[in-house]
Design a protein around this ligand. Sequence first.
Ligand code: CP
Ligand code: NVA
Length: 299
Amino acid sequence: MQPRHFISLLDLSSRELRDLIHRAIELKNNRDPDFQPLKGKVLAMVFEKSSTRTRISFEAGMVQFGGSAIFLSPRDTQLGRGEPVEDSAKVISSMVDCIMLRTHAHEMVTTFAKHSRVPVINGLTDLLHPCQLLADMQTYFEHRGDIQGKTVTWIGDGNNMCHSYINAARQFDFKLNIACPVDYRPLQSIVDPAADRVAFFNSPEQAARNADLIVTDVWASMGQEDEQKKREFAFRDFQVTTQVMQAAHPDALFMHCLPAHRGEEVAAAVIDGPQSVVFPEAENRLHAQKALLEFLICR
Ligand code: CP
Ligand code: NVA
């Protein structure tokens, strides 16, 4: 049987994604230490970039399900010394039950998946961050119910998180308003298939009007550290402030995948304020990914 992969939200059907979110909520609310569906199973985790939430949530999730996880830094494996991705995928997937990768190039994950005998999970690439969206959707469902038909506003960089929000708008059927500087728009190839759900705005306040959820992310992602100053200038009018939140629906939520920079993409009063759900959102990485691991490995 061909393994299922989770490289993009588009790899699962809308129905499967919704079922996964409900399963994540169920697992969170009925924690049973004797439920160990991944007993003896091993997850390999390849990290080219730093991580707090992704690493800990995957590792803790595997252990809670009776399995284990191996942390692999390319610096310590032959991947970092030029062993072909194809060979690495064949070897690693012959020994473990699932592989999660966090890489710069998206193609590395797609190539790895092509040569893997076991499910491959995208733990963030320069293009997409689908695992974060599982947690974000779970968090919205828990706090406000179904997100179908709602309005979500993305403010800031058209980056990997923004791309995954565009895919989520298709899969979960919500409207996505995007406010970003013209030079930092998301890729047209990701926007086009979602064109009926996505609208662009020049001002964060306009984009936030009547929104049910406001989301942002860092101005300089991992790998863009050299552009920090240039980006601070380009994004200076794209901060989520209390005024932006006031333009939204009164019970709008605020989310951020974290880590965050208070005073840059978000004001401290917003991220530490009553509408912010960033910490339940971070915790849900654990629950959502346990549901994902169960879905992919226990088929
Ligand atoms: N949100 C997120 O992916 O966090 P980490 O970089 O800490 O894994
Ligand atoms: N856009 C950010 C997300 C970090 C979780 C980055 O890629 O660094």
